[in-house]
Design a protein. Structure first.
Ligand SMILES: [Zn+2]
Ligand SMILES: [Zn+2]
Length: 430
């Protein structure tokens, strides 16, 4: 097979865009915005897409979503590749240790004020897709199909009183015309720089947010017998969660985490309610209904044992990110060409989530991990920190970091995957 000359052109244009991608990334990192508040980010993206002269730049989709439509002018099969980046940041302090670390505080966000940072690396995702837009617009006359550049807000979950995210973009009709024939996304991750990890099956698990409101009866702290203290009931719920795992097959990973406790008591007041906010993750989606039922039963009955009541609500369900065998097989030659064969490796599943699953499961396509940290790959296939490096730091940690020089690999991944799909070489076997 002779090499397709467009591939070399994609690489050349990516190298040309690399410095600009790093500048965008640093700008976004300094100016992070929480879920459903991505105004400045959306403006930057839309301005860039307009400058490229795309056929359409749709803005304000499901909040601050932006979709650029790039119609290639080469004759071809009419396929449509949707490339997706998430744009929102997290309520996490920025301790990444660079001179472009964020000092932003969002004072008005529900539940805030919060320090805001790109501790999940969505600044990289946004900048890489902006770069890919430049690259693909540069070969428009050789694109035999359409590229949708999808900049999605609220991946981390909007405030619970709001809607947002990938499903909200679907519901808003963002993918109705043209309908994608594949969706592609990636996530920066604590994996060796420039490595691409893939997994057949669930890359990420199924997720749901849980809110448990335990209600007692408020009373003076000196006379607990005259009221109902919700706190011991909460303690029983937290302890009981540790037993839920044993009610699901030990071969199916499950986590139930309560990450935030909200109460209205005071040192001398037994408050009326305690609210627990958490997340349930299941590697196997089929386990989710049983885990939800058991957690509900645990909370309601634990509360009853102390004379209190519990209300359990499940919000913002996200299906698992599932890569099918045929799509992975179709994409492997592209991934290997971009990253180098030895840097494309199979990874394990994680219980993270990504609502890109709403697109990949609807339209087909795939999702990969892009390594951005100072590490090598150990013999067991797990990353090992590089000596003298910045270590391995997971997403959502205030010290999470991503290597700038790796971003060009992400730009090339987007560009090559889209082009190969439109050209008909990245298609799952029937
Ligand atoms: Zn995240
Ligand atoms: Zn993320």
């Amino acid at each position: 097979m002779t090499a397709d000359p467009v591939h070399a052109e994609l690489d050349r244009l990516s190298e040309e865009a690399a410095a600009q991608v790093i500048a965008w990334r640093r700008h976004l990192h300094r100016n992070p915005e929480l879920s459903n508040r991505e105004e400045g980010t959306a403006r930057l993206v839309a301005e860039h897409l307009r400058q490229l002269g795309l056929d359409e730049v749709r803005t304000g989709i499901a909040g601050h979503g932006v979709v650029g439509v790039l119609r290639g002018t080469a004759a071809g099969g009419g396929r449509v590749a949707a490339l997706r980046a998430d744009t929102d940041a997290l309520p996490v302090k920025d301790l990444c240790g660079t001179d472009f670390a964020s000092r932003v505080v969002d004072a008005d966000y529900p539940g805030g004020p919060f320090p805001v940072s790109h501790a999940c690396g969505h600044d990289c995702h946004t900048a890489m897709l902006m770069g890919a837009a430049t690259v693909l617009a540069g070969v428009r006359d050789r694109l035999p199909g359409t590229v949708l550049l999808v900049f999605q807000p609220a991946e981390e979950g909007p405030p619970v009183t709001e809607t947002g995210g990938a499903l909200a973009m679907v519901d808003a009709g963002a993918f109705a015309d043209p309908v994608p024939t594949m969706a592609f996304g990636m996530h920066v991750t604590p994996y060796p720089k420039g490595y691409v990890g893939y997994r057949v099956g669930n890359q990420y698990g199924a997720s749901v947010l849980v809110r448990i409101t335990v209600t007692g009866r408020q009373v003076h702290g000196s006379t607990p017998w005259q009221g109902v203290d919700p706190m011991p009931a909460v303690g029983a719920v937290l302890t009981g969660i540790g037993q839920l795992y044993r009610q699901v097959s030990a071969f199916d990973p499950v986590t139930v985490t309560i990450g935030h406790v909200e109460d209205i008591g005071r040192f001398n007041i037994i408050g009326e309610t305690v609210t627990l906010w958490g997340t349930v993750r299941c590697a196997v989606e089929g386990d989710m209904p049983a885990v939800r039922d058991r957690l509900r039963r645990l909370a309601e009955h634990s509360a009853a044992a102390y004379g209190a009541t519990a209300e359990v609500e499940y919000l913002q369900p996200v299906p698992p990110v599932h890569n099918t065998g045929p799509w992975v097989a179709a994409a492997l030659p592209t991934l290997r060409r971009v990253a180098g064969g030895e840097r494309v490796t199979e990874t394990g599943a994680t219980l993270g989530y990504d609502d890109v699953s709403e697109l990949v499961s609807r339209f087909g396509g795939l999702y990969v991990m892009l390594g951005v940290q100072d590490a090598t790959l150990g013999e067991n296939g797990l990353p090992v920190p590089e000596e003298g490096g910045r270590g391995l730091v997971t997403n959502h940690n205030p010290r999470f970091y991503a290597d700038d020089d790796t971003l060009v690999t992400g730009v090339r991944l987007h560009a090559h995957v889209a082009y190969d799909h439109l050209a008909g070489t990245l298609l799952p076997a029937e």
